[in-house]
Write a protein that binds this ligand. Structure first.
Ligand SMILES: [Zn+2]
Ligand SMILES: [Zn+2]
Length: 276
């Protein structure tokens, strides 16, 4: 029996003798099957060829990365708090060296992700830390690929630990969420956003999409819903899903102006100055 991991999205699947014929995550219109076709791997197959690292990126926050990149290649985040550590969007790999490194930082008390694309091998991580809870949005439950007793379904708002809260925004998936860390950025507040908001290449604006790889936009209603929900939170910094995708400060204003720009283009209310 093997816990199969889809090589394209990095999502682990239930323990089975043979891998599934296809990955439901990758055949959904929001993702894609690579040109090489559906491929599966496993932690056993990756061990020795992959390595993980924890790098502090601000006080009490470490980036969790795996090299070479596996699946979507998100950069996980390990947030240290007095009540325990939250692991956000774990990568699709874990080995003893990573377990030891995480333990040295205080271990893992809870696991959460923004949406079904970025769960990696959350259940494997949970089991390595004595079965800590994994928060999964109730609205997206049909996308759970590896059911487990530690999965806690939630909706609306969910405190993960004191000062650390999941907030459902919807859009990319109905259950798409952000994680709000009140004490982050020197007490100015931080959001971990996954794909709920996309930190753009300019690192000063964000975008909102049903599908990022297949470029399917969202309607005004959902862009407004995300911006309004996030607008109720106190924050100054945003960490996107990938290395370097950070809006260091002024992030609350960036979300407001980015949403207004997106809606302006949807409504055909913005003109390129070069357009006659
Ligand atoms: Zn997949
Ligand atoms: Zn996604």
């Amino acid at each position: 029996m093997t816990v199969w991991i889809c090589s394209a999205c990095g999502v682990e699947h239930a323990n089975m003798a043979r891998p599934p014929a296809r990955c439901a995550i990758c055949t959904d219109e929001r993702q894609y099957v690579p040109t090489g076709g559906q491929q599966w791997t496993s932690i056993r197959e990756m061990t020795g060829r992959f390595a993980g690292s924890f790098t502090e990126i601000e006080p009490e926050l470490s980036a969790v990365q795996v090299s070479p990149s596996i699946g979507i290649g998100q950069r996980g985040l390990l947030l240290r708090s007095p009540a325990g550590n939250v692991l956000w969007e774990p990568p699709a790999y874990l080995d003893q060296q990573m377990i030891d490194a995480a333990r040295e930082l205080g271990g893992v008390a809870a696991i959460a992700s923004s949406h079904p694309h970025l769960v990696g091998c959350s259940v494997t991580w949970s089991k390595a830390f004595d079965g800590v809870p994994i928060y999964y949005a109730e609205s997206d439950r049909r996308w759970i690929r590896r059911p487990d007793d530690q999965i806690r379904l939630w909706s609306g708002r969910q405190q993960v630990l004191p000062g650390v809260e999941l907030v459902q925004c919807g859009g990319h998936f109905p259950g798409s969420a952000v994680l709000h860390w009140a004490e982050g950025a020197g007490g100015r507040g931080v959001l971990f956003v996954g794909d709920t908001l996309m930190v753009n290449a300019d690192r000063t604006t964000v975008s909102f999409m049903r599908s990022y790889p297949n470029l399917i936009p969202l309607p005004e209603r959902l862009v407004r819903q995300i911006a309004d929900t996030v607008g109720e939170l106190e924050f100054d910094r945003i960490y996107g899903a990938f290395d370097g995708k950070v809006i260091d400060s002024g992030a609350a204003a960036a979300v407001r102006t980015s949403a207004a720009r997106y809606i302006g283009w949807l409504r055909d209310e913005i003109r390129d100055p070069d357009e006659e």
